[in-house]
Design a binder for this molecule. Structure first.
Ligand code: BGC
Length: 492
C-alpha cells in the first residue's frame, strides 16, 4: 500500500509539473497477494496491513475497495450521492453500486455474483476477481492456502525513437524523457537509431511488437521514416513526430517541435548584429538535406541574411549556388536544396570540419580576416570553429550554433563559439508527453498550427527558442535550472 501510495504521490506531483493527470496503466508488473481472514497482504512481496481482511461471500472473495485499486495503480472514485465506487485505469472505467448486482464496465452493464458492500465495520469491499479482470489483471486462487494472487503484467504504453546517441542534443532529450514520462507511471522505452534509417525501422517494429499505443519518433531521414510511421499506424498506434517532421505520409497524428524558422532567424540576426561596415566575409553551413529542419533553419536564416547580402554588408564566400540566388528574398525548396547540397554538414562533425577546411583552403587571405559563420548547430559549430581558429589568416570569427549542448556552452564561456539557440528540451518533452497521455486517455492534443508534410497538414504545437551568448548564458541556462553550474568552468 505504501509503495502504491508513494507512486500515486509521485504521479500527482508530476501531474502538477507536467500538467496532466496520469491515469494510465502502471508500467511495471504488480503482484498482489491476499489471504482470506488475514490483514496481512503483499504487493510485490512487500508486506502491507489491510484495514479489513478479505472475506468470502457467495463463493466470491471480497477485498477492501481502495486497497485493490491503489495496488493496481487505478484511479479510485467514491460518489456518496449515488453510492458508487469507480476505478479508472488506461481505457478501462469500472463503476459498482453498493448493494447492486449490476456494474458498468466502460458503460456496458454487467451482472455480478456478489455486490460491492459496506460492512458493519464501515469498510467498503468489492469482488476482487471482477475488479482485477475488468482492469486487465489475472487472478489465481489457492484453495489450500486460501490465498488470492492478482497479477498485472508490465505494459509498454509509449515507444520513443531518437536519431543518435552520438550527439549531446539527443542525450538531453533522453534524460528529460526519463525524468518525465517514465517517472509519471507510464511504461516507456527509448531506442536510438544511430544514424541509420534501417535501425530506426527495426526499433519501431520492436516497439510495435511490444504493444506500444503511442510512438514518439524523431526521424533520422524524414522521407525514409514514412514507412515506419505507416507500420505503426497500421497497428493502431498514434504517431507523434518529434522535433523533426516525418514527410510524405498521412500516418503522422501530431508534431511536437520548436519553431525552427525562428532558430535560423535568431542565428542570422546574431551575425547581422555583430557586423560593421560592408563586405564582411560570410561562410554558410547547413544541416542534413534528409532533415526537414535543415530547410526550415536555412529558410529562417536566409530571410534575415539575404537583404544584408543584397546591400553589401555580407559577401558569401563558400557557395556559388547561394551567390547565384542572392538576389532572391524567398527561395523555393528546390533552390534551397541546391545551396544546402553545397554547404551541408550532414549533421556530422567530421563532414563539417572537412568542409570548413576545404573552404578555407580555397579562400584567399583577403577573404578571411574578420569572418561571419552561419553554423547550423552546436556540434558542427565546434568543428567549424576549430577549423577557423586554426587558420592564421582568420583574425576573428563570429559563429552561430543551436541546442545549448554542454560542450558548446563551455565553448561560449571560453570565447570559442559566439552563440547558441537554446531549445528548452524540457518543454518539448513535456509537450510530447502530454500529447502521448492525451492519446492514451482518448483525447486529442492541443494544436496551435499545422505543418504540411507533403501529404497532410499535421497538427502541431511549436515552442519558442532563446538566443544565448556569453551575456545571458548564466541567466538562461544555469539560473533557469537547466544545467548545474558545476557542469562548467569559468562561468561569467
Ligand atoms: C534538430 C537539432 C539538431 C540537429 C542534428 C535537428 O533536426 O532540430 O536540434 O542539432 O537535428 O541532430
Amino acid at each position: 500500500m505504501r509503495k502504491a501510495l508513494s507512486i500515486l504521490l509521485v504521479m500527482a506531483l508530476l501531474a502538477g509539473v507536467l500538467g496532466f493527470v496520469p491515469a494510465v496503466r502502471a508500467s511495471q508488473a504488480v503482484v498482489v497477494r491476499m489471504t482470506i481472514g488475514s490483514t496481512k497482504a503483499t504487493i510485490d512481496l512487500k508486506q502491507v496491513v489491510l484495514d479489513q481482511p478479505p472475506l468470502i461471500e457467495n463463493g466470491r472473495t471480497l477485498v477492501p475497495f481502495r486497497f485493490i485499486g491503489e495496488a493496481l495503480g487505478a484511479q479510485i472514485g467514491w460518489n456518496p450521492t449515488n453510492r458508487t465506487v469507480s476505478y479508472i485505469l488506461g481505457d478501462k472505467n469500472i463503476v459498482l453500486t453498493i448493494g447492486s448486482a449490476t456494474a458498468m464496465v466502460n458503460g456496458v452493464k454487467t451482472t455480478l455474483d456478489v455486490a460491492a458492500k459496506i460492512l458493519p465495520t464501515g469498510r467498503t469491499v468489492v469482488p476482487v476477481r471482477f475488479i482485477s479482470e475488468s482492469i486487465g489483471a489475472k487472478v489465481a486462487w489457492n484453495a489450500a492456502t486460501r490465498m488470492v494472487t492478482v497479477t498485472m503484467a508490465a505494459t509498454l504504453d509509449v515507444g520513443i525513437v531518437l536519431p543518435t546517441k552520438d550527439e549531446p542534443r539527443w542525450l538531453q532529450d533522453q534524460t528529460r524523457f526519463n525524468t518525465a514520462l517514465k517517472t509519471a507511471g507510464y511504461g516507456a522505452e527509448i531506442l536510438f537509431s544511430q544514424g541509420s534509417s534501417a535501425i530506426e525501422k527495426q526499433n519501431v517494429e520492436a516497439l510495435i511488437t511490444k504493444g506500444i499505443k503511442v510512438l514518439i519518433l524523431c526521424p533520422q531521414d524524414a522521407t525514409a521514416a514514412a514507412a515506419a510511421a505507416d507500420e505503426a499506424r497500421a497497428a493502431g498506434i498514434k504517431v507523434i513526430s518529434y522535433d523533426r517532421l516525418i514527410l510524405n505520409t498521412s500516418a503522422v497524428d501530431y508534431y511536437v517541435t520548436f519553431d525552427s524558422i525562428s532558430v535560423g532567424k535568431a542565428q542570422a540576426q546574431y551575425l547581422v548584429d555583430k557586423t560593421t561596415g560592408t563586405k564582411n566575409p560570410l561562410y554558410l553551413y547547413a544541416g542534413a538535406a534528409s532533415d526537414n529542419n535543415a530547410f526550415l533553419f536555412f529558410e529562417g536564416a536566409w530571410d534575415v541574411l539575404q537583404p544584408k547580402i543584397a546591400n553589401g554588408t555580407f559577401v558569401i564566400e563558400n557557395s556559388s549556388e547561394a551567390v547565384a540566388l542572392q538576389g532572391k528574398a524567398t527561395l523555393t525548396r528546390a533552390e534551397m536544396a541546391k545551396i544546402i547540397g553545397q554547404i551541408t554538414t550532414n549533421w556530422d562533425f567530421t563532414v563539417a570540419k572537412n568542409l570548413a577546411e576545404a573552404n578555407l583552403t580555397v579562400a584567399t587571405a583577403g577573404r578571411k580576416g574578420n569572418v561571419f559563420i552561419l553554423a547550423p548547430n552546436d556540434g558542427t559549430a565546434r568543428s567549424i570553429a576549430d577549423a577557423f581558429a586554426a587558420d592564421k589568416d582568420v583574425k576573428s570569427y563570429v559563429i552561430t550554433g543551436q541546442d545549448a549542448e554542454i560542450p558548446s556552452v563551455q565553448y561560449i564561456i571560453d570565447g570559442k563559439q559566439s552563440m547558441t539557440v537554446f531549445k528548452d528540451v524540457r518543454t518539448l518533452v513535456k509537450d510530447a508527453s502530454a500529447a502521448a497521455v492525451d492519446y492514451l486517455t482518448g483525447k486529442t492534443p492541443e494544436k496551435t498550427t499545422t505543418y504540411n508534410n507533403g501529404k497532410i497538414n499535421v497538427p502541431a504545437k511549436p515552442s519558442a527558442v532563446i538566443s544565448v551568448d556569453k551575456s545571458n548564458v548564466k541567466a538562461a541556462l544555469i539560473d533557469s535550472g537547466y544545467y548545474p553550474a558545476s557542469d562548467f568552468t569559468g562561468l561569467p
